[in-house]
Structure formats: C-alpha cells, structure tokens
Design a protein around this ligand. Sequence first.
Ligand SMILES: NC(=O)c1ccc[n+]([C@@H]2O[C@H](COP(=O)([O-])OP(=O)(O)OC[C@H]3O[C@@H](n4cnc5c(N)ncnc54)[C@H](OP(=O)(O)O)[C@@H]3O)[C@@H](O)[C@H]2O)c1
Ligand SMILES: *[C@@H]1O[C@H](CO)[C@@H](O)[C@H](O)[C@H]1NC(C)=O
Length: 328
Amino acid sequence: MRRLSRFVVLLFGLNLAAATQAPCIELNDGNKMPIVALGTGRGTASENAPLNEVRQAVYWAIEAGYRHIDTAAIYFDETEVGQGIKDAIDNNLVTREQLFVTTKLWSDKHRQQQVVPALKDSLQKLGLDYVDLYLIHFPVAVKEDFSFDDVDYLETWRGMEEARALGLTRSIGVSNFNASQVDRIITNSRVWPAVNQVEVNPTLTQEALVTHCQELGVAVMAFSPFGFVVSRKRPDAPPPRADDPVLVQMANKYRKSVGQIVLRYLIDRGLIPIPKSVNKKRLAENIDLFDFSLTKEEIQLINRFNKNKRVIDFDEWKDYPYFPYGEY
Ligand SMILES: NC(=O)c1ccc[n+]([C@@H]2O[C@H](COP(=O)([O-])OP(=O)(O)OC[C@H]3O[C@@H](n4cnc5c(N)ncnc54)[C@H](OP(=O)(O)O)[C@@H]3O)[C@@H](O)[C@H]2O)c1
Ligand SMILES: *[C@@H]1O[C@H](CO)[C@@H](O)[C@H](O)[C@H]1NC(C)=O
C-alpha cells in the first residue's frame, strides 16, 4: 500500500513536471496575461489545418500547460476553440478564470455600433460570457466584399471601449497597428491599448516598433513567431531555415529544438509569442521554454537575420487609407 501510494505520488509529480506554465505579465490596465499563447489561425500555416483539429489542439494545449488561447472572428474557428476549452473545463483541467482568451474584431465590423454586437457573436460561438482580450484585427476597414470602407479606427476604438465597459472583455488592444497609429489612439482616448499584436520573427525583427510600444507600456504579442524558419512553401522565403548553423548551435548548447530557440528569443525580447501547432509533441515543445534563456549576444545574433520580410503582408489592401505597413 505504501509502495503504491509512493508510486502514485511519483506519477502525479511527473505529470506536474510535464505540464509547463508560462509566467504572466501585468498589462497597463492591471490585468495579467500569460506570455505564451496558442495560435489557432489556420490560414497562415504551411498546411491549412482542418477545423476538427482545432478542438483537439486547444485541449492538448491546455493539458500541456497553455493558459492563453489566441483566436479571431476571421479564423472561423471560435466554435471549435470554445469546444476545446469546454472539454478542458469539463475534465477539470482548468477553470475559466485560469484561462486567458483573446479574440479579434474583423475589418468589416469597424463602425462603432457594430463592435459590441460582433463581440457578442464571438462570445456566443466561444461559449463564454467574456473574453480576456479583444483586439482590432487590422487598422483598415473593409466592406464584406473586401473593398475599402472609410471608417477611422478611432471610431472603432470607441466601440472597443464600450465593449470593455460592458464587461464583455477585460482588456482591449490592437493588431497590425504601426507606431504612429498606436500613438494616435493613445492621444485621442481615455483607455489605452493594452496590447499590439504584430508579426515578429527572425526575418522581421521589428526593433523600432517593439521598443516604441514597450516604452509606452503596450505589450507586444508576436504572431507568426517562427517566420520562415518553418517551411512556408514560398519560393521567396528568406533564410534562416531550421538547419541554419547559428540556430542549430544554440539549440545544441541549450539542448532545445531550433523552434524553442526562436520562441525563447522572442520571450527574451519581452514579447508574447503565439506559436500555432496542432501536433501534440510540438504543442508541448512550444511551451517548454522556461528552463533556459539566451544571452544578449545570442539575441543580437538572431536580430541580424532581419530582412524586413513579412509572412503576412495584406498586400491587396496596400493602397487603402490607414494601411499600416510603410517602407516594409
Ligand atoms: N493578428 C494577426 O493579423 C495574425 C496574423 C497571423 C497569425 N496570427 C496568430 O498567430 C498564430 C501563429 O502564426 P502562424 O500560424 O502564421 O505561424 P507560426 O506559429 O509561426 O507557424 C506555424 C507553423 O509551424 C509549424 N510548427 C509549430 N511548432 C513547430 C515546431 N516546434 N517546430 C517546427 N514547426 C512547428 C506548424 O505546424 P504543426 O501545426 O503541424 O505543428 C505550422 O505549420 C496564428 O495561429 C494566429 O493565432 C495573427
Ligand atoms: C502608419 O500608418 C499610416 C496610416 O494610418 C501611414 O500613413 C504611415 O505611413 C504608417 N507609418 C509607417 C512608419 O509605416
């Protein structure tokens, strides 16, 4: 009996060790956010993950220790994300309060009076009564057919403030905003954005924008964190790839994978990476980041891969007013 209970304790201990939890940072509104988020956007992955994989991936992620899930209305997977969360809560892996859920307002709902209904629609799909973070997905407004719609994102921000005041979201923020757009919101609003979610990875290091936001106390979430290090099946994909000697040497030094080196590089810059995976092993790997850190020199070495080259360029919208990406 004693041996059995010791065995049980050992198993329990091992189980705890297997699940890694990311620490939290405090946002500028006082809310706490875990610094690794699961990505659930499927369109940008090398292979578009079928919808039924999302529910399973969310469940496995929570099991592996993720407490932050990133989705968006335009991913059309909020229902599956919500099912994965419900499965995890029903199986007593977590409570709702222990989770941090982020979703985003799509560009065809930028008029002030559209924001609260759009969030309510997302909440219904997610099966939640609040999200932790609601983001304006992109500063440009479009009609349903993706043609330009002349709505200033400052008007959209008024709707975001309303959604927050109603308790439908705890924090509000933006995504794909450039430095002057972040400044313009701050100068003209009572509630500041808590977050700006932008693409950051070894070939799009975004040093100026990241520093600017961080100095203002706006946390920066890094999407497409692996950049072109993972295969994007694109002929124009710049180096480095997963076999790059600089990255492989760091991986060997820390006994980590190249993917983990790239994620840790972002964390060591104070960013919140959003790795997407539907693979159980890679999901666990992508949050197992808290028993090592890179040196300043190693961070600089990775910064040198910068090419100002985007995985996601929203090129079709480049001539619309409020388009955020200037020279690159
Ligand atoms: N705000 C925005 O405008 C915006 C835009 C794009 C993305 N996002 C968010 O950011 C998330 C991540 O971006 P992303 O999906 O473009 O790219 P990503 O996370 O950089 O890369 C995902 C790809 O890498 C593979 N992968 C995952 N972990 C790996 C590892 N450890 N080693 C090797 N390969 C690995 C995945 O395949 P497997 O699934 O097979 O592992 C998938 O093909 C999205 O899901 C979304 O939530 C936001
Ligand atoms: C930021 O976006 C505005 C549009 O709102 C654009 O005019 C400006 O050139 C952009 N700035 C940079 C640095 O890209």
